[in-house]
Design a protein around this ligand. Structure first.
Ligand code: SF4
Length: 286
C-alpha cells in the first residue's frame, strides 16, 4: 500500500520533507536521506508505511524503560530506515540497509497486540520510528481506544510540528542522547540542539528515559558525562526526574575495529552521572 507522506511541501516537481531537520529536497524519482520517503509525480510517499521488518514481544526493560510499568512486556515492531548515519549503529541491518519487510495494516497490528495476554501495548523500535510517523499516528490512535500504550524508542531527530502531532498519542519514550558534543552529532549525521529540544518538549508531557551508548574514544570522557548529566538534571520532567541508561557499545557496522566498551568505564560514568541524577542505570554489562 502506498501512503502519501505527511509534513512536506511541494515546490513544483520537488517535495521538501519537513519531518526532520535534514529538510531533504526530494526530486522526482528520488528518495530522501532516510530512504523511507520518495517523490513520485511531485507527491511525497511514505514508502515504509506498515512495512515491518521485525516484531517481537520484549520486556519493557529492554527498550530500555525502567520506570514505566516495570515487569511488563510490550509488542515491539520495527520497520527500516533512519535519518542519522551513526558509524557505530547497533541495528545497521535495518536502519542503514533495506531488509525484507511484510505489510501489516494498523488493524492487524492492533489485533496482534490485543491477542497477547497482559501486553502493555506497542513499542516502535529497532530502527528510527519518527520516519514512520504516518503509520504510528494510525496505530497509536487505534490502540489507545483499546487501553493499550504506545512507546517510541528514538534518536530524537524530529521537527516540532510532527512531534506535536505525535505526542498526544504517545505514552512513553526512550530518547537517545548519543553524546553531549555538537561535533559528535555532526560526524554521525545528527543535531545535538534538535535532540535537546525534543527531550525538553517530550519530558513535559510523556514519560521519558534517555539512553547514552558509550563508544570508546568517541564519547567516553568524564567531563562530557558531567555536562550531559548536569543538563539532563535541569530539564523539567512530568515524571519527577529523567532516568539515564548508560550502555555498552559492541563492534558493529563501520566500527568493527573497536573493542567493546570496558565494563569499568560504564560503571565509572554511572557513578559520575549519579552525582546529579536520581535514576542512572548501567546497560549491557552482564
Ligand atoms: S525524514 Fe527522511 S526524507 Fe524527511 S527530511 Fe528527514 S531524512 Fe529527509
Amino acid at each position: 500500500m502506498r501512503k502519501e507522506a505527511l509534513f512536506y511541501e511541494k515546490n513544483g516537481e520537488t517535495a521538501r520533507c519537513g519531518l526532520c531537520p535534514r529538510m531533504c529536497a526530494i526530486h522526482e524519482g528520488q528518495t530522501g536521506f532516510c530512504s523511507t520517503r520518495s517523490n513520485s509525480g511531485g507527491i511525497l510517499f511514505a514508502e515504509n508505511y506498515g512495512r515491518i521488518s521485525s516484531i517481537a514481544l520484549d520486556p519493557i526493560e529492554k527498550k530500555p524503560l525502567k520506570r514505566f510499568f516495570p515487569g511488563s512486556a510490550i509488542l515491539s515492531a520495527g520497520s527500516y530506515g533512519c535519518n542519522m548515519a551513526c558509524a557505530f549503529c547497533q541495528n545497521f541491518s535495518i536502519s542503514q540497509m533495506k531488509p525484507r519487510t511484510d505489510f501489516l495494516p494498523p488493524e492487524k497490528l492492533l489485533e496482534a497486540a490485543l491477542s497477547i495476554p497482559e501486553n502493555l501495548g506497542v513499542a516502535f523500535t529497532y530502527n528510527e520510528p519518527f520516519t514512520s510517523v504516518e503509520y504510528i499516528l494510525d496505530v497509536a490512535s487505534l490502540i489507545r481506544k483499546h487501553g493499550l500504550k504506545t512507546v517510541l524508542v528514538t534518536n530524537g531527530m524530529i521537527m516540532e510540528k510532527p512531534l506535536s502531532a505525535l505526542l498526544p498519542l504517545v505514552d512513553a519514550m526512550n530518547i537517545d542522547l548519543k553524546a553531549f558534543s555538537c561535533e559528535f552529532y555532526q560526524r554521525h549525521g545528527g543535531s545535538l540542539e534538535t535532540v535537546k529540544k525534543t527531550i525538553e518538549i517530550c519530558a513535559k508531557s510523556v514519560h521519558v528515559e534517555i539512553t547514552t551508548l558509550i563508544v570508546p574514544g568517541e564519547n567516553d570522557g568524564e567531563k562530557e558525562m558531567d555536562e550531559l548529566s548536569a543538563w539532563l538534571a535541569s530539564v523539567p520532567s512530568a515524571s519527577g526526574g529523567i532516568p539515564l541508561h548508560i550502555t555498552r557499545f559492541f563492534p558493529h557496522f563501520k566500527m568493527q575495529d573497536k573493542q567493546p566498551t570496558p565494563v569499568k568505564t560504564i560503571f565509572s560514568l554511572v557513578e559520575r552521572a549519579r552525582q546529579r541524577l536520581r535514576y542512572v542505570y548501567a546497560g549491557n554489562v552482564n
